[in-house]
Design a protein around this ligand. Sequence first.
Ligand code: ATP
Length: 252
Amino acid sequence: MSMTADYLELSDVRVEFDGFRAVDGVSMTVLQGDLRFLIGPNGAGKTTLVDAITGLAKATGSIRFGRSDLLGRPVHRIARLGIGRTFQTASVFEELSVLQNLDIAAGAHRGPLTLLRARTAVPATVEEALETVGLAAHRERKAGELSHGQKQWLEIGMLLVQNARVLALDEPVAGMSADERQATGELLHAVGADRTVIVVEHDMDFMRAFADSVTVLHAGRVLAEGGVTDVQADPRVQEVYLGTSGSRGEVA
Ligand SMILES: Nc1ncnc2c1ncn2[C@@H]1O[C@H](COP(=O)(O)OP(=O)(O)OP(=O)(O)O)[C@@H](O)[C@H]1O
């Protein structure tokens, strides 16, 4: 274990689409062990910011993870530096078993010869990930047969076997049952203890229950940042959420 905690540091990050500033000068620091929620109304730039961190969106400014500069690197290099993400729709191989999905994810770090070698035992990292995400009893099931929540956990497991140090999760509890939400919140705290986790979420009950800290984006900028109570009490945050109709936006 390293003596110094990892952290993700964004400074004046901007992303433009044909002159439209989807992310307009965002600076924020996320420390290891600080479960950070990224909230904001539709179109605030949350997903685009995660795209910038993971290299999918071309950005300017500075994005650093520990000593590594992420900005400008290709997607696969950023992934190899330990930056992992999930998408709103789980992207697991439905026809393969839970174990096979984890194996493939783990294989991303192995050479081609290792993959060809016949394997008799489940690697320790895969076994550990199965336990952590609560899918040990489902290892032989086809991923396509899993519940929506279980697929999300499998995806998190796939990031764990890839040794992701940063996890950016896009609406992880959308469509989950109450029990699955609770289990997911506990899982995020468990994996977040020694990793840097950013959760993009519209579910305010989930945010209140599990966030350590919150960054509120609005129109591509940081509107507020801090603990859940402070952010909720911030009149600017309330105004933004009340101004955008719909149950998804309720903060109070
Ligand atoms: N590839 C793109 N080309 C042009 N505009 C884009 C592109 N991707 C996103 N945008 C725009 O950038 C803005 C931010 O979008 P983004 O998806 O990051 O917001 P968000 O906060 O994640 O919203 P939501 O909560 O609805 O997912 C929106 O106005 C969106 O239309």
